[in-house]
Design a protein around this ligand. Structure first.
Ligand code: NOJ
Length: 579
């Protein structure tokens, strides 16, 4: 009897150890090592990735058919944009059932197969958790709006109309920018920071919080590996609804981010869910200061794992951006997390237009080289890289002329707002050709067959006609393509932990064209040189520097130093070991 018990105990211990080893295959000898710090996260927009059934919308079976492509990239985690049941007012960011898969995307069986397929290929799956708001078609909201006495009433924020109009709140997506929507059923206003179909959930209600914990457990029990908390910095609200100063909407983050009990809610999420699973967690938005960001992610506080700050991705505007400013932003954020906390590194996502169009140069002469340079930047900074699907091909903005071709709720509502208020429409169209997030959402360009190999039906969003030359099939065969360069970069990061954990140091700080920095760990230093412009430019480095082996170079000329100076060709990027 005793022996049996011992044998069983031994088996349990061995199993737990193996399991742990499988999950924790991280750098040894680095005390703060974590799998999610070493991860290369590929952000996948399911609607636009691959359609398997010809309805023009990407789906889970489509993703399954491309699992080997994902594996070939070498990425170790995939962040899936929302795949839950949704009326798609905001492409899945308006969820009507948190435990069901959107019918257009497939079934729960498809999801299980997808998760299994990812795991078999060593890829972790991070899911979007959209709980600042739900859809107005969620059962909770249907109940909540039905009567003031309904038990779900307090799942949302309501203001009784007999008390007059509530204190103004700005909505990011509403046609009138008014976040209070009148509902005649109960003669009351409900709050929605995003569209009218995205009512804000009431986090001040413990029952709602418990519902969310259970939803998270449902997915964690399925074996997913992480959560990206959508717009969560807005979740906590001061429900005394104080008035904000005139013009607050121009800097609404100051008033909306990190409300009264946000950290309590995050701690509760951590205790109830995150601490019980081997899952990573990333916040969207990092509050208003380094302190806010640290309070969300410093390990000792037991809230989330990593911050996702917008300063970098928000920098590029239609008229360009300052490279000095870019350097300053990333250097500041790096120093903020030098000893505590962890950062996400990215310059693109599904809420932005294309990486190469915004931060590089998408003209035929420079598209490939500048795209490779930007990838080099993202993959060599300290922090977890988030890389948006299609950027590995150097996909570009589609620049649609007609408003009818756009899908994004924010853009369409802003257009209606401008029409109603007599705004400058031609100017608006010119701006959205550069900025609109639909530019980043056009279907993935797989090959040069009809519809870029994305669908056999009518694509839900126009396909960029440059797919005949910019596509995965062509690039797969070309050893010098942006795709194969990206694969090499991912491998480089995996092979060199200095690129993950190494100390970052900015060089030639005032150089307005070149971003130069070193990463150092355990006696090894690598130098990263990036020319962000379309002209050849010199960089000045400390004269003590001696170049060693070039680890990657997006051009064929070798760099040599003369008195600490070297010249980089337009958009050249090099990662070089130092002797
Ligand atoms: C942020 C998401 O990234 C964006 O796509 C969405 O529209 C808003 N949150 C609202 O959920």
């Amino acid at each position: 009897m005793y022996k049996w018990l011992l044998a069983v105990l031994l088996m349990v211990v061995v199993f737990a150890a193996c399991n742990n080893e499988k999950k924790e295959a991280v750098a040894t000898g680095i005390p703060e090592a974590q799998w999610w710090k070493e991860a290369v996260v590929y952000q996948l927009y399911p609607r636009s990735f691959k359609d398997s059934d010809g309805d023009g919308v990407g789906d889970l079976k489509g993703i399954i058919s491309k699992l080997d492509y994902l594996k070939s990239l070498g990425v170790t985690a995939v962040w899936l944009n929302p795949i839950y049941e949704s009326p798609n007012d905001d492409n899945g960011y308006d969820i009507s059932d948190y435990r069901a898969i959107m019918k257009q995307f497939g079934t729960m069986e498809d999801f299980d197969a997808l998760l299994k397929g990812m795991h078999e290929r060593g890829i972790k799956v991070v899911m979007d958790l959209v709980v600042n708001h739900s859809s107005d078609e969620h059962e909770w909201f249907k109940q909540s709006r039905s009567a003031r006495t309904n038990k779900y009433r307090n799942y949302y924020h309501w203001w009784p109309a007999e008390k007059g109009k509530p204190t103004p709140r700005y909505s990011l997506f509403d046609v009138n920018h008014d976040a209070w929507m009148y509902d005649s059923v109960t003669n009351a206003y409900y709050l929605h920071y995003f569209s009218r179909k995205q009512p804000d959930l009431n986090w001040e209600n413990p029952e709602l919080r418990k519902e969310v914990h259970n939803i998270m457990k449902f997915w964690a029990d399925k074996g997913i590996d992480g959560f990206r908390l959508d717009a969560f910095q807005f979740a906590a609200k001061d429900t005394t609804w104080p008035a904000f100063p005139a013009g607050y909407e121009k800097n609404f983050l100051l008033y909306y981010a990190v409300g009264p009990h946000l950290h309590d809610y995050l701690k509760e999420i951590n205790t109830e869910v995150l601490s019980k699973y081997n899952v990573m967690s990333v916040a969207e938005g990092a509050g208003n200061s380094f302190k806010d960001a640290h309070d969300m992610v410093d390990a000792s506080r037991k809230e989330l794992n990593m911050a996702y700050a917008f300063d970098g991705v928000d920098l590029a505007k239609k008229d360009g951006y300052s490279i000095l400013k870019l350097k300053e932003i990333f250097t500041k954020w790096d120093s903020a997390f030098a000893t505590n906390g962890w950062l996400s590194i990215f310059l693109a996502n599904h809420d932005q237009a294309r990486l190469v169009t915004r931060y590089g140069n998408d003209s035929p002469a420079f598209r490939e080289v500048s795209s490779k340079m930007l990838s080099t930047f993202i993959m060599t900074m300290r922090g977890t890289p988030y890389y948006y699907n299609g950027d590995e091909l150097g996909m570009t903005n589609i620049r649609m002329d007609k408003i009818e071709d756009y899908n994004d709720v924010a853009t369409l509502n802003e257009y209606k707002h401008l029409v109603a208020t007599g705004g400058n429409i031609p100017q608006f169209i010119e701006t959205i050709k550069f900025t609109c997030r639909d530019n980043g959402r056009t279907p993935f360009q797989w090959d040069n067959s009809v519809n870029a190999g994305f669908t056999t039906g009518k694509p839900w969003l126009k396909i960029n006609q440059n797919y005949t030359t910019i596509n995965a099939a062509v690039q797969d065969k070309d050893p010098n393509s942006t795709l194969n360069y990206f694969r090499a970069l991912v491998q480089l990061r995996k092979d060199n932990k200095v690129l993950v954990y190494g100390k970052y140091e900015l060089l030639d700080k005032r150089n307005p064209n070149i971003y130069a920095y070193t990463r150092s760990l355990n006696g090894k230093t690598v130098l990263i040189l990036l020319n962000f412009t379309n002209k050849a430019n010199a960089v000045s480095l400390p004269t003590t520097i001696q170049l060693g082996k070039t680890l990657i170079n997006n051009l064929s000329n070798t760099l040599t130093l003369t008195n600490g100076s070297t010249t980089l060709q337009p958009y050249q990027a090099c990662v070089i070991e130092l002797n």
